[in-house]
Write a protein that binds this ligand. Structure first.
Ligand code: GLN
Length: 253
């Protein structure tokens, strides 16, 4: 029972320990007896359909510009991967690149793949009251959808640092969570992240999955379901420390 996890552009998009997301999936799958291989996919020389799960992290605008060009050639394969309900997690800069476009604070437009119906714009009105250039800090948010796995925890915790404000443009794309602390997608609607089929996108670094083991297990559940075609039984593993870290983060506000 072998699974292949692909980490897209790990050499360019990997802020604030984003790689920890892939390591967490590997750790939790191995504890349950699966063999897991992680591959870093750093140029365009790879085949999307070889992977059971894909991850893309965050980065600086400059790096996003480079990755946008490389991603362009993968658009149809990646769309097929998502339409086939294979799971993918995208964080911050990677999230923006899967959307329609990102207008940076330097007024450059980075074209995205348009798999997620979202647009992102950096804040423009520098003289506006309460102007904040970047949205930075800890985030606590309540999940907007029920999990397949059994869990008493329904929150997401993490850390955000972005200038882009993201807005959903079509009901085909839903949100991930409702913000209780911090900003999330933007500084107006108190929503965090986006979801289309089993593509999950979030602004939460930190990294996300080590501190949110229930969400890691949801992604594992969906990965195994997509791979083997039947609902998996997820054996309980010892994650007392991870849950304690999550609960501590909940008390930050
Ligand atoms: N460069 C993007 C922004 O500032 C993404 C940042 C990130 O990935 N943390 O909005």
């Amino acid at each position: 029972m072998k699974l292949k996890l692909g980490h897209l552009f790990a050499d360019k998009l990997n802020l604030y320990g984003d790689m920890g997301n892939v390591l967490t999936l590997k750790y939790r799958l191995e504890k349950r007896g699966y063999e897991v291989e992680i591959e870093q996919l750093n140029d365009s020389n790879f085949t999307i359909s070889n992977y059971d799960f894909l991850f893309i992290g965050g980065g600086q605008d400059k790096e996003q510009q480079n990755v946008a060009k490389l991603l362009e050639s993968k658009k149809s394969d990646l769309s097929k991967f998502i339409e086939d309900e294979k799971p993918m997690l995208a964080i911050c800069g990677g999230y923006q690149l899967l959307g329609e476009s990102y207008l940076t604070s330097d007024k450059e437009t980075i074209s995205g793949l348009g798999i997620l119906n979202v647009i992102t714009k950096a804040k423009e009105e520098k003289n506006a009251k309460n102007f904040q250039d970047r949205l930075v800090g800890n985030v606590v948010a309540e999940l907007d959808f029920p999990l397949h796995i059994e869990s008493s925890v329904t929150t997401l915790v993490g850390f955000e640092n972005h200038s882009g404000r993201t807005f959903i443009t079509d009901s085909r794309t839903s949100t991930l969570a409702t913000v209780k602390l911090g900003f999330g997608n933007n500084d107006t609607d108190k929503k965090e992240g986006a979801r289309y089929k089993n593509l999950f996108a979030s602004y939460l670094h930190g990294s996300l999955l080590p501190k949110n083991p229930h969400f890691a297990d949801e992604i594992i559940y969906l990965t195994l379901l997509a791979k083997f075609g039947k609902a998996p039984e997820l054996k309980k593993i010892d994650d007392v420390i991870e849950i304690r870290a999550h609960k501590k983060a909940l008390t930050l506000h």
